[in-house]
Design a protein around this ligand. Structure first.
Ligand SMILES: [Zn+2]
Length: 88
């Protein structure tokens, strides 16, 4: 007995792949606890005592000092290939 095969339109496939890619990207990025914006690469972000991440623009609105401040790195940082030994 042959199973009916499901066919998917090329546009539907592209749309579904794009949707999955955007969802995966959103899952790995962090957003500002106050404005909901995703901080840009190179921007300073601040972590407050409850673990809230606050962007550079919202930082002056807080009365307390952050526990930690860091620069947002590119998502591919550390994944690049480095030449460690040159061939003769
Ligand atoms: Zn913000």
């Amino acid at each position: 007995m042959q199973r009916p095969t499901e066919t998917i339109d090329e546009r539907d496939l592209e749309r579904e792949l794009l949707r999955k890619g955007v969802g995966a990207l959103r899952a790995t990025t962090r957003q500002c606890a106050d404005c909901g914006r995703t901080p840009l690469v190179g921007e300073h972000v601040h972590t407050f005592p409850r673990g809230e991440l606050v962007c550079e623009l919202c930082r002056p609105l807080r009365r307390t000092s952050p526990v930690e401040s860091e620069i947002v790195r590119h998502s591919e940082r550390g994944l690049t290939v480095r030449v460690t030994q040159r061939a003769a």
